[in-house]
Ligand binder design. Structure first.
Ligand code: NAP
Length: 256
C-alpha cells in the first residue's frame, strides 16, 4: 500500500512545471489527482497520460483563474471527477500551485497588477474557501510561495502576491487545526520550468543561477514535489503554519 492510497488531491496549475511534478508524485503515492490547468489542454492531457502510464489515477480540470466565475467552474468539474472516481465528492489534499509572474515596479501597470493578484492571491483564497467544506478532517492544504518573499529580488509585485499566501497559510493553520488539517507554504527558489524560459535548455544559465544556492545547482520541479509529498503524507501531520523553504539554500549568506 502506498502512503496516499484512498486519498484525493486537487493540484492547481498541474499541467506543467512544479505542479505537474507534484501531481505525478501524489499520484505515485496513491492519490486520485485532479490535474487543474488554465488553457493548455495538450499539456494537461500529457500530465494525466504520464500519471496513468505510471499506474496512477488522475483526471483533468480546466478552469482559467483570475476571471469571473473561475472558482465555480473549477469546483463543478472537480466534484464531477471526484464523484466519478470515488463515488463521493470529498477531498484530502489541496495544493494551490497555479501562479503567474509579472513585470517589476518600473514597468508593471495597474491592470497587470490586478491580474497578478487575481491569479496568485485571490484565486487561492477562494479556492481554499470552497475546498474547506469538502476537505476531510486530517486533510492538507499546501500553498506554493516563493523564495522571493525572503530575498530581495527584482520582482516586487510577484513577491507581494506570494507574501499574502504565506500570511494566509499561517493564519488559516490556526483556524483549521482543530480538524487535524495542516496548512503550510512551500517556497521554491529559481526552478527550471516554463516560468523561467531563460533557464530552459541553457545549462550555463542554470549553473549561474545555481551558484547562489548552498547546494550549487538550479532547482528542479521534483525537488519541490518531494517536499510537498512529505507535507501531504501522514509523516507531515505535525507540521503546520510553516513556510518551508525548498530552494537548496538560495542566498543563505556569503561563502567565506
Ligand atoms: P509554470 O511552469 O509556469 O506552470 C504554471 C501552471 O499554472 C500551468 O499548469 C498553467 O496552466 C497554470 N496557470 C497559470 N496561470 C493560470 C491561470 N490564470 N488559470 C489557471 N491556471 C493557470 O509554473 P511553475 O514554475 O511550475 O510554478 C509553480 C508554482 O511555483 C507557482 O506558484 C510559482 O509562483 C512557484 N514558484 C516557481 C518558481 C520557479 O522558479 N519556477 C520559483 C518560486 C516559486 P496552463 O498549462 O493551462 O497554462
Amino acid at each position: 500500500m502506498t502512503p496516499l492510497t484512498g486519498k484525493t488531491a486537487l493540484v492547481t496549475g498541474a499541467s506543467r512545471g512544479i505542479g505537474q511534478a507534484i501531481a505525478r508524485r501524489l499520484a505515485a503515492d496513491g492519490a486520485l489527482v485532479a490535474v487543474h490547468y488554465g488553457s493548455n489542454d495538450r499539456a494537461a492531457r500529457q500530465t494525466v497520460h504520464l500519471i496513468e502510464k505510471d499506474g496512477g489515477r488522475a483526471f483533468p480540470v480546466r478552469a482559467e483563474l483570475g476571471v469571473a466565475g473561475d472558482v465555480d467552474i473549477l469546483f463543478a468539474a472537480l466534484e464531477m471527477g471526484l464523484l466519478a472516481g470515488t463515488g463521493q465528492g470529498r477531498l484530502d489534499i489541496l495544493v494551490n500551485n497555479a501562479a503567474i509572474t509579472a513585470d517589476s515596479i518600473e514597468a508593471i501597470t495597474p491592470e497587470a497588477f490586478d491580474r497578478l493578484i487575481a491569479v496568485n492571491t485571490k484565486a487561492p483564497l477562494f479556492i481554499t474557501q470552497r475546498a474547506l467544506p469538502l476537505l476531510n478532517d486530517g486533510g492538507r492544504i499546501i500553498n506554493l510561495s516563493a523564495a522571493a518573499t525572503r530575498i530581495a529580488m527584482p520582482e516586487q509585485p510577484y513577491a507581494m502576491s506570494k507574501a499574502a499566501i504565506e500570511v494566509l497559510s499561517r493564519s488559516l493553520a490556526q483556524v483549521v487545526g482543530e480538524r487535524g488539517i495542516t496548512v503550510n507554504a512551500v517556497a521554491p527558489g529559481p526552478t527550471v520550468t516554463d516560468m523561467n524560459p531563460w533557464m530552459l535548455d541553457n545549462p550555463e544559465v542554470q549553473q549561474l543561477v545555481g551558484s547562489g544556492n548552498a547546494i550549487p545547482r538550479a532547482g528542479r520541479p521534483a525537488d519541490v514535489a518531494d517536499v510537498v509529498a512529505f507535507l501531504a503524507s501522514e509523516a507531515g501531520r505535525w507540521v503546520t503554519g510553516q513556510i518551508i523553504d525548498a530552494s537548496g539554500g538560495c542566498f543563505l549568506g556569503p561563502r567565506i
